[in-house]
Design a protein around this ligand. Structure first.
Ligand code: C2O
Ligand code: CU
Length: 493
């Protein structure tokens, strides 16, 4: 039903405001796509397809050469095309998403960031286990408009492979800049990757635009709930069509770059094979019919392309409410991508496996320390303050020490969510092993860098602070909540 509605929307048959009926004051002023033109601002290869949809395209790829990837990264505004209409977005070196960076563990990555925005920015390599100090993954760096910063990371040679991503992290502007278009994928490849017909990146983002294609203003309520854009894009494209060969086994790397929207990926019930989430690999490739990704999570999937036309959608995910307002994510399915598989499938395509080291399991250990980390939303201090979002009762202060850990320790943290909304918690530098949800032990070895903490519930993780002294952060990856203060410092020494 909603597909029909969205298709009608793409064809310009109904106004965009009609698509957000029952929202929480989110209705925009009638921006509606024309849906008949290919994109700009993404790598070549885009082509128009019939039925009012744009062709598939992926961000350009930058490969490490001889163990080194050097990137010039310019953050600036750009004009692109979404659904056949000009849109004024933010871009990395002219494209949104930015280029995909492909490296292997052991490689060195150097990024020269230049800020041509009108607000401060910086860069975070989300999920990479690299130092938070020096020219590394330091979230406290502030790059003023017109200025630059040189980052230099070495990916450890025993780093997990998988899909990671990069985005700005300047406290207070993160949600605006990420939803505006500043995000890109990082792929760490296996030395011996499974043979696939295609290895694709699918960066999912959402954005709201005004009638004239500008980024829509955001209300205090949007920020409190976490904004969900009216337009859900894949690689910057509105509901593109991917033409490919039926029966081909493809690897799909889906990045949830949305500020607040949870994705529940569904290929109309067609089984997919889950290789891993974030840097955490499944013990064995696992058949699934759906995958839920909190903001910031990535899924690494194998898909055998069905013959004919199939739609990849995201199904509603209820992530709770604040005061009387319910988050819009619980409402309707949204079409992400149409897959058209042509030709006759080969007989029983082989199902590739993924060899690799068995992930470490911290569960048999006794943690050096256990702590509760309490997440809350409450009435803000002062006049007109809306709600406050806090960790252990405090809003973010970069000068304060919140969580001091000892290098070499394994700690167990229980995130306790006292609020009525879910909070996807992200720890920089060190991956987290989920050991319990709402007190129930999990099965299998689940390594993540974003863990969902359900409204009124708990999620318990273990973290091995093996290396990298320095100061970094843990925060909610509903990036509006991070900007509002749901972030704490973590000091390892
Ligand atoms: Cu993807 Cu601290 O963020
Ligand atoms: Cu949150």
């Amino acid at each position: 039903m909603e597909l029909t509605r969205r298709r009608a929307l793409q064809l310009g048959l109904i106004g965009a405001a009609g698509a957000v009926v029952g929202g929480v004051g989110l209705a925009r002023q009638g921006w509606s796509p024309l849906g008949d033109r290919g994109p700009t601002g993404v790598a070549p290869g885009a082509a128009s397809t019939p039925a009012g949809s744009v062709g598939w395209a992926e961000p350009g790829v930058l490969h490490a050469v001889d163990g080194l990837l050097e990137v010039d990264l310019v953050a600036a505004t750009t004009t692109t095309v979404i659904g056949g209409r000009a849109a004024r977005l933010l871009a990395y070196s002219g494209t949104t998403p930015g280029s995909t960076w492909r490296l292997t563990p052991g490689d060195r990555l150097r990024v020269r960031l230049r800020n041509e925005l009108d607000a401060p920015t910086n860069l975070h390599v989300h999920g990479l286990h690299v130092p938070p100090t020096g020219a590394g993954d330091d979230p406290f760096v502030r790059v003023e408009p017109g200025a630059g910063h040189d980052y230099d990371y070495t990916v450890p040679s025993d780093h997990p492979t998988g899909t990671f991503w990069y985005h700005p992290h300047h406290h207070g502007t993160v949600a605006d800049q990420v939803s505006g278009g500043l995000h890109g994928a990082i792929v760490l490849t296996e030395p011996d990757p499974p043979p696939v017909a295609a290895d694709r990146v699918m960066v999912v983002s959402d954005v709201s635009l005004t009638t004239d294609g500008q980024l829509a203003p955001v209300t205090a309520m949007d920020r409190m709930l976490g904004r969900e854009g009216d337009l859900v894009l894949v690689n910057g494209l509105l509901a593109p069509t991917l033409d490919t060969a039926a029966g081909a086994v493809e690897r799909w790397r889906v990045v949830n770059a949305c500020v607040a929207r949870y994705l529940h990926l569904d290929l109309q019930g067609v089984p997919m094979t889950l290789l891993g989430i974030d840097g955490g690999r499944e013990p064995a490739p696992t058949p699934v019919t759906g995958v839920v990704l909190a903001p910031g999570n990535r899924a690494d999937l194998l898909v055998t392309v069905p013959g004919g036309t199939t739609v990849l959608r995201t199904l509603p995910v209820d992530r709770g409410h604040a005061m009387m307002a319910r988050s819009p994510g619980g409402r309707t399915p949204v079409e992400l991508l149409t897959v058209r598989g042509s030709g006759a499938p080969d007989a029983a395509a082989p199902s590739p496996s993924l060899a690799g080291p068995v992930p470490r399991d911290l569960r048999p250990l006794t943690p050096a320390r256990t702590r509760d980390v309490t997440l809350a939303m409450g009435m803000g201090r002062g006049m007109g303050g809306g709600m406050s979002v806090t960790i252990d009762g405090r809003e973010f202060d970069p000068t304060r020490t919140d969580l001091a850990v000892r290098l070499g320790d394994v700690e167990e943290w229980t995130f306790r969510n006292t609020s009525t909304m879910n909070h996807p918690m992200h720890l920089h530098v060190w991956p987290m092993q989920v050991v319990a949800r709402n007190g129930d032990p999990v099965t299998g070895t689940q390594w993540r860098d974003v863990v969902d903490v359900p409204a009124g519930g708990t999620t318990t993780v273990r973290v091995a602070f093996d290396d990298y002294p320095g100061t970094t952060v843990v925060h909610c990856h509903v990036l509006d909540h991070e900007d509002l203060g749901m972030m704490a410092t973590v000091i390892a020494r």
